[in-house]
Design a protein around this ligand. Sequence first.
Ligand code: NOJ
Length: 555
Amino acid sequence: MAGPGRQWWRDAVIYQVYPRSWADSDGDGIGDLPGITERLPHLAGLGVDAVWLSPFYTSPQRDGGYDVADYRDVDPLFGDLAAFDALVARAHGLGLRVIVDIVPNHSSDAHPWFRAALASPPGSPERARYLFRDGSDEGRLPPNNWTSMFGGPAWTRVTEPDGTPGQWYLHMFDTSQPDFDWTNPEVRDELEDVLRFWLDRGVDGFRIDVAHGLVKFEDLPDTDLTLDANVDATALAPMWDQPGVHEIYRSWRRLADSYAVEGEDADRILCAEAWVLPAQALAQYVRADELHQSFNFEYLMTPWLPDEQRASITRSLAQAGAVGAPQTWVLSNHDVVRHATRLGYPQHPGLQRIAGIGADDPQPDPVLGLRRARAATAVMLALPGSAYLFQGEELGLPEATRLPDESRQDPTWERSGHTQRGRDGCRVPMPWEGDAPSYGFGPGERSWLPQPAEFGALAVDRQRDDPGSTLSLYRALLAVRRTHRLGLGHLTWLDGHPEDVLAFEVTSEDASVTVLANLGTDPLTLPDSADVLLTSAFPGTAGHVGPDETVWLRS
Ligand code: NOJ
């Protein structure tokens, strides 16, 4: 069991790398593990505590690797197990922990289990690992009315080994991602064994994909909900947030704890990707004997409006606090429109998640977007708890909103009949060197998605020594956050400021920092005595907090 010492994850800043898009060592246009290893010093210099790698496992890549064919191996696109071991060793050498993705809701249709299921008859043990059902209307129609998150029905009909049209299998995502049947003990044992495999290789934790989806309501009834996790109390939907998931995570927690070392700050952690509402329900995932963290997507979706921000932060802290867990904060990831773009609409677009933005959609104001994104990040990194960053946000990268439609690879684009552009716009490969081909992503020109021309000016080497760059701002925020241990602090809202200013103090054992974020349109005048630690705008206006600017003051 973990010793009584510090629990590193309570205030950790964790940086998400999407392996296809971070750094390409061999010039095939797709990022890989050796590329990541080589670029890890960027993360040490940035000042984060851990790196989370999206899936790099053997996969047909129908959903960017979230379709796993072999949970215990590395896809040759990304390297091999030796390259993974080298990455972990290098990261640990630099003082960075390594978190990997686990995808327990579904496998790929190329997984040997699913292949065996297709080759076996209805009712066989091979089929019992997935959710095969007979169709309705004498088999012609899907067993129920569920729809896939990527569009279209959540069921696909198979052809039986004898060539006749047969049963249907459930896939809440792409047809190539069949859902496991978690009532089957064989599935539970297998996934726990996969956790052990990576823990034995030295990983420091897991991000759990679709953590709220593993258990479905008995008999898979029809639903008349919109199935929009942004709107519906998810527990009302028969495929999300069913009580049975908690028992799975209690067991996973026991497993993770069995790897912790007494007296050492060496906890192995579990973080849920669970689009669960309301916040109270989400907090159930992080009770003391369950997961360590869950992503706070409610915060990510909160408009840049003062009352909404205050309410969201207050509610988030209260709900996590009620179960003794640290809250997490996140503004961008590989499934949502980047916050430098999202916030660039004078009218916040609200709940946009996977719809994506195309050239013919209303375009954001990039200057406003970046200014607000910097201000929002300066709020987030002051908040008590743990924060997640998505690769490239430290450069202020915008969403690529004008990708040619023929370059799109997100299954959402096809499955929605070309009505939803999907998530490629936030997954465009990183710019490292402004003057190099592929902006230094790889040794040559190739990049699996085209990089917009504006990425050149945002490359790491262009920002590194510029005191006004977004990269410099992130480094400064992370350094002050760490020095004053703000992530372990306590937040108090401050009275006496205009309504459209978020004003709070974070007090840790070491210091107190006052944060003023101006979400209004008039500059806020600071008292002469104000001791400014840093400001999100560059250059800031001395003595003022401008519109869409956040300052940190020594209290
Ligand atoms: C959530 C992941 O973040 C997303 O990228 C993926 O498409 C779905 N889960 C399905 O695995």
